[in-house]
Design a protein around this ligand. Structure first.
Ligand SMILES: C[S@@+](CC[C@H](N)C(=O)[O-])C[C@H]1O[C@@H](n2cnc3c(N)ncnc32)[C@H](O)[C@@H]1O
Length: 269
């Protein structure tokens, strides 16, 4: 499978990504914050933090005695996150632009270590999880969210068919497939955490985007934006028009995403 250009992709999607998070808080933000269950004074690590949708709220809940370290490879995603922290008056987050493969942080130092829709970008998933688990304090927890089998079904499939027909040399890479399987995740996490109890909740979420424009904007807030921007201007205009026509003709104004929400608590020392 070709390598996925995550930095480039999210650099271009940052603004749309923020809008999607605001339009659909029940998809990522709310369940993530519920699993994090932040307490005052918590120290939190978020990698990758994206546009900061969850970490800004989490840091606010942790209050002035709490602290967050938020890391992402994309400067524009971090820029959005900084703006959102500033708008919310949240000052206890340190933002760092860094590749998750090289990111450094203190061991056994965080009450909550979170990685939502990001672990699959690590070049070595197990090594990444070992490092994240190592950052959890005794009594603290690792909170993960990964995509399940559905990713904007059915419009993602229609988009990919159209895109491949237009651009013969389009090199599609779908890294999030790696962590869609619950059994694989459970086995890997039991190994990484030395057989701690791994709680996994699977969710299918229907996203009602209501109009063809809404559906197109949803696609463009994801990795598919990168593929679209690689096309000629004419192909970009065509694929947008064809996607919207497909949604109108078939009356498809919602898409399904599945997620695995995972919590592993570390035994007290
Ligand atoms: C789908 S977003 C998830 C963001 C956020 N955690 C959320 O759930 O909304 C994926 C993020 O991973 C970041 N990312 C991808 N590869 C990365 C890497 N190697 N190191 C650090 N961040 C990376 C992207 O820049 C993007 O912000």
């Amino acid at each position: 499978m070709p390598e996925f250009d995550s930095r480039g992709t999210f650099q271009k999607a940052a603004n749309e990504y923020t809008k999607i998070q605001d339009a659909f808080p029940e998809v990522i933000r709310d369940p993530l914050l519920a699993d994090m269950a932040v307490k005052e004074g918590d120290r939190i690590l978020d990698l990758p933090c994206g546009t900061g949708d969850a970490i800004v709220r989490a840091a606010k809940l942790a209050g002035p005695t709490g602290h967050a370290l938020a890391i992402d490879i994309s400067p524009s995603m971090i820029e959005e996150a900084k703006e959102s922290a500033e708008a919310a008056g949240v000052k206890n987050i340190q933002f760092v632009v860094e590749n998750m493969d090289e990111a450094q942080f203190d061991a056994a130092a965080y009450d909550i270590v979170v990685s939502a829709n990001g672990p699959f970008f690590a070049s070595d998933l197990k090594a990444f999880l070992v490092k994240m688990w190592g950052a959890v304090k005794p009594g603290g927890k690792l909170v993960l969210m990964t995509l399940g089998r559905n990713f904007l079904t059915p419009i993602s499939g229609v988009f990919l068919d159209l895109a491949q027909n237009k651009t013969e040399d389009l090199r599609i890479s779908i890294p999030w497939r790696v962590t869609e399987d619950i059994l694989f995740l459970r086995t890997l996490l039991e190994e990484v955490t030395n057989k701690q109890r791994v709680k996994i909740t699977h969710r299918d979420v229907v996203m009602d985007y209501k109009t063809a424009d809404g559906g197109w904007n949803l696609l463009m807030g994801t990795a598919f934006r990168g593929y679209t921007l690689e096309m000629s201007a004419q192909n970009q205009a065509e694929i947008e028009a064809e996607m919207k026509e497909w949604m109108q003709t078939n009356r498809v104004f919602s898409a399904t995403c599945s997620f695995n929400n995972i919590v592993v608590t570390k035994d007290d020392a």
